[in-house]
Design a protein around this ligand. Structure first.
Ligand code: ADP
Ligand code: ADP
Length: 211
């Protein structure tokens, strides 16, 4: 382990399991979970000079960089170690992040497109706790929780396809940016959540020891 808490970025396309695995990282490494998606959903209707986040999110497009960078810089100020989930999503965000902090590891969760669509269109969220479930893979036992689950506005088939395009065009190039600096480790995300976690945890351990 390095002397300060780990500074990790979890990357991967929408539906790769970033939210799910971030929870494990938080528990194991005692770091802050910084997720721009959740922060934006909690502030969907704030007026910015670019309009509201909602307009972008419901179309599956990226919210403008200044809005998102502001969220991240505020969260970083309060965090010792962190796992960033859903940020950076384009090269300009990656450069901004670079100007604010060092990173120990970029872990990239890899999952094929068909499985991503299946995961996202089947995702359901508990509005009370924010916890993610899946209609086939992972439903809550408690009937009360089951009855209150909702589908995210952007988890419809059409918006999912748009989000995957946006990922390929804007976010995939960020991986090359970090790859050149030797920071990227790939993890096969197309396995059960527990198997993915076992591999991801081992990958983080190695990166921290090397650091
Ligand atoms: P992301 O944050 O990358 O968009 P989530 O963690 O929200 O991804 O996962 C997307 C959906 O897939 C959720 O419904 C979640 O329950 C489910 N899921 C996550 N990891 C796996 C996995 N390894 N196998 C099957 N389903 C998964
Ligand atoms: P997922 O990982 O399942 O795509 P998120 O919850 O991370 O979902 O993001 C949902 C939406 O929030 C995105 O489609 C985008 O509109 C917006 N968003 C989240 N993070 C960013 C970011 N770093 N830059 C721009 N927009 C973002």
């Amino acid at each position: 382990m390095s002397d300060s808490n780990p500074r990790l970025v979890l990357m991967g396309p929408p539906g790769a399991g970033k939210g799910t695995q971030s929870e494990n990282i938080v528990e194991e490494y005692d770091v802050e979970h910084i997720t721009t998606g959740d922060a934006l959903r909690a502030n969907k209707d704030i007026e910015t000079e670019y309009g509201t986040p909602r307009e972008y999110m419901e179309a599956g497009e990226l919210v403008p960089d200044p809005v998102v960078n502001e969220i991240v810089v505020t969260a970083l100020a309060d965090a010792d170690g962190f796992v960033l989930d859903g940020y950076p999503r384009n090269e300009s965000q990656a450069e901004y992040l670079d100007s604010q902090t060092d990173l120990d590891l970029i872990a990239l969760l890899e999952v094929g497109r068909e499985e991503l669509v299946h995961r996202l269109t089947g995702r359901r969220v508990d509005p009370e706790t924010g916890e993610n479930y899946h209609v086939e893979y992972n439903m809550p036992d408690d009937p009360e929780v089951r009855d209150r689950l909702v589908q995210r506005d952007d988890d419809t088939e059409e918006t999912v396809q748009e989000r995957l395009e946006v990922y390929e065009e804007n976010t995939a190039p960020v991986i090359d940016f970090y790859e050149e600096r030797g920071l990227v480790e790939r993890v096969d995300g197309d396995r059960s959540p527990d198997e993915v976690w076992e591999d991801l945890d081992a990958t983080i351990e190695v990166a921290l020891d090397d650091g």
